[in-house]
Write a protein that binds this ligand. Structure first.
Ligand SMILES: O=C(O)CCC(=O)C(=O)O
Ligand SMILES: [Fe+2]
Length: 713
């Protein structure tokens, strides 16, 4: 009993992702399929819309004619676009022989294409009752007789053709025509996805793992998987593991296949890329997002830019980016909010524009997508897939830019491995039903189909859901990669453009960006044991804490609000209604920023206090008085000597002495010591009572702003 008794046939008219996967699985088991119809125009009707497939029968009939009298030849036929081998032919043969059949078809749950024929089927006590024609096996003479039992048109329905033969009892008996009811060889996945489990077998000798599919309903291990009908997504999921795509020892084996390398290519010959940037919604930290686009390591003279901004608020940032950085690129096309272009139209247009510019690759980026890894573009090109997204997540959240699975209605669902992928417990390249926010598209796809097939408008679905639904309909495999860390997503949910400086309010939702933009770059140095903390006056410490962006934003928040207090003793903002040492100020809670500020005190200020005032521990710090003070010669130029009602006080300089104002500073009377060369973003920290009697020195011109908190009153 040798392998060469079996001939494997498939029909594939063109190269598709599914066909490539079929061939790879065949190759893995040393199976050499004979491919029929390749390069021919498909004449089997439109499978998606209705029956078709007689073409396959007519091709195979012709191909096996020479063997029609050879009873030692076994024919295995499978579809080409949605089939994966998960074992050797030898195993297929052995199991086939046990069936004592001359013809064996796979079985499925649905009587298709004619449900009315269901009751004519022989009953089964266990297993699936109805025939599916995606995969079958038989002896050459019997298969030939089956294929020639009737004439069939190329666009006739093959499954109906075979069903009729099977339901012809005389034919069935005579040809020992059976169905693989329990998926001992052939697993048609449609209607059976939940029966299947990806199982791992350790191969200690070879130091690897082997992945198999187990049918948990029938306790069988099918050898040929057919992702028929709605089961396409299930097969895509399964084939992320089988036959040899990924395992926990070797990692992502698929990743290494069909890669290209850009290393040896001269800059001017690198693929021509178009980057489409879509600012469709108000987005925190957009400047940083654009900066990361600019920082992608790829020659700018091989990149065209296309920018759609739909948000008026972002116009300045986008225009500035285009004016200052845009000039470095091959070309820039900008669509402004005033153009009134809809999202899907802009996205469609960008695809056309990519073709006009003869791009090789198209990188689509949404404003919330931060490509922290500057190698991202190169790595995605090198991965060389029709479409591949870099996995991006909200830091610390299960929120990502891909879906692991789909509901029957085409909406979000989680796959078994979704969490493992999101948390990078599994790294690799994953075939998934949906990606968004950032993805690289190979432009050959855009050349192959036009905008009637590839577009961002599909019924009522939103743009990205439309796009992916269209790709799925074209049987394009959609990949997401987490081989390395590529970046993350910002969270736009609470971003409120009615606020002045809305990004300042994002300390909770977008911690990472908030810190990068607003915390002083030297802040970590405060904790360096080599750096003794600065002490400009006895027990007055001085730390760099916030950035210039922070200080100017805080001033802008306050000046936009504008309701500075009168500087009188009566103050209805206070519980007692009275302030002994009043300043011209605005409290944090007046601009809705108190919660944020208290968090800031706890996270960034408290550790500094613990560093210098050893043994005092109060977490979280309490503070009722948090305000920005404005000093001006003709308003309030100075503040008389006083104690603060605090355990310790922080005093943050918000603007630059000598530039923005003259004079000012803080004098500690007991020590006759003044801090006058204050630095924006640096905070003074001093005890509030008894020892640190102090005054605010006179501002003689300009305006001085400081931020004060009386901590632990
Ligand atoms: O002007 C200064 O730096 C001191 C301000 C001050 O002491 C206060 O507001 O309590
Ligand atoms: Fe004070």
């Amino acid at each position: 009993e040798k392998d060469d008794e079996i001939l494997v046939f498939t029909v594939a008219t063109e190269e598709t992702d599914g066909f490539q996967r079929y061939l790879e699985s065949a190759e893995f088991y040393d199976i050499k399929p004979i491919v029929l119809g390749y390069g021919a125009e498909w004449r089997g009707g439109n499978i998606k819309k209705g029956p078709g497939g007689g073409f396959k029968i007519n091709l195979l009939k012709k191909a096996i004619e020479p063997h029609k009298n050879d009873a030692s030849k076994i024919i295995l036929f499978t579809d080409g676009f949605d089939v994966v081998f998960v074992d050797k032919l030898q195993e297929v043969l052995e199991r086939f022989r046990k069936f004592e059949a001359k013809i064996l078809f796979g079985a499925e749950k649905f009587a298709w294409p004619d449900p009315l024929l269901a009751e004519q089927y022989p009953e089964v006590t266990e297993g699936k009752r109805f025939l599916n024609s995606g995969a079958y096996i038989g002896y050459a003479p019997e298969v030939y007789e089956l294929l020639t039992r009737e004439e069939i048109q190329d666009d006739g329905d093959d499954q109906l053709f075979f069903t009729k033969a099977y339901l012809d009892e005389e034919f069935r008996q005579k040809h020992q025509f059976k169905l693989d009811h329990k998926s001992e060889i052939i697993q048609n996945i449609n209607g059976a996805a939940t029966e299947l489990e990806v199982k791992v077998i350790e191969d200690k000798e070879a130091n690897t793992e082997i992945y198999k599919i187990r049918n948990t309903l029938f306790y069988t291990d099918p050898l040929i998987l057919h992702g028929n009908g709605a089961a396409k997504q299930s097969l895509n999921y399964i084939s992320n593991y089988v036959p040899n795509s990924w395992n926990s020892i070797e990692g992502c084996i698929t990743c290494l296949k069909n890669q290209v390398s850009l290393k040896e290519i001269d800059d001017e010959k690198l693929p021509l890329v178009m980057i489409g940037i879509f600012v469709e919604i108000p987005t925190p930290f957009l400047e940083e997002m654009l900066e990361k686009v600019y920082n992608l390591e790829y020659p700018k003279n091989r990149i065209h830019l296309f920018v759609h901004n739909a948000v008026q608020y972002h116009s300045d940032v986008v225009s500035k980016f285009i004016e200052e950085q845009g000039v470095d690129y091959l070309s820039v096309k900008q669509i402004k909010p005033s153009d009134g272009t809809t999202e899907h139209a802009a996205r469609d247009l960008s695809l056309d524009y990519c073709l006009v510019k003869k791009c090789d690759s198209y990188l689509s980026l949404d404003s919330i997508a931060h490509l922290d890894n500057p190698q991202t573009l190169k790595l995605l090109i090198e991965q060389n897939r029709t479409i591949v997204a870099p996995m991006l997540t909200r830091p610390g959240r299960a929120w990502s830019n891909f879906w692991g699975s789909l509901t029957a209605e085409g909406y979000y669902a989680r796959s078994n491995d979704y969490m493992n992928i999101v948390w990078n417990e599994k790294r690799g390249l994953w075939n998934v039903p949906f990606v968004t926010n950032a993805y690289l598209l190979n432009a050959t796809l855009l050349n192959k189909y036009d905008r009637s097939q590839i577009n961002y408008k599909n019924g009522l679905l939103d743009a990205d859901m439309s796009f992916c639904a269209n790709l799925r309909n074209l049987d394009v495999f959609i990949y997401v990669s987490n081989r390395v860390d590529f970046g993350h997503l910002v969270n736009p949910e609470t971003y409120d453009l009615t606020l002045a400086e809305p990004d300042m309010y994002q300390i909770f939702e977008n911690e990472k960006e908030w810190e990068e933009r607003y915390i002083h770059e030297d802040y970590p140095g405060n904790f360096d044991p080599e750096n003794a903390p600065k002490q400009p006056c006895p027990d007055v410490y001085w730390f760099p804490v916030v950035s210039r962006k922070f200080t100017s934003s805080l001033i802008n928040m306050m000046e936009t609000f504008g309701k500075w207090s009168t500087g009188k003793n009566d103050d209805d903002r206070l519980e007692g209604g009275y302030e002994a040492v009043p300043t011209r100020d605005i409290h944090m809670n007046q601009v809705g920023w108190e919660r944020h500020w208290l968090h800031f005190l706890q996270k960034y200020v408290r550790p500094l206090q613990e560093l210098v005032f050893i043994g005092y521990y109060h977490d979280p710090p309490k503070s009722l008085m948090n305000f920005v003070v404005r000093y001006k010669p003709d308003e309030q130029p100075s503040l008389r000597p006083h104690h603060d009602s605090s355990t310790y006080t922080i005093n943050v300089a918000l603007n630059q002495v000598g530039e923005d104002y003259v004079g000012g500073g803080c004098r500690f009377i007991r020590y006759n010591c003044s801090v006058v060369d204050t630095k924006p973003g640096w905070i003074l920290m001093h005890p509030g009572r008894l020892t640190h009697f102090h005054e605010g020195l006179r501002v003689t011109s300009g305006t001085r702003y400081i931020m004060i908190s009386f901590i632990d009153p």
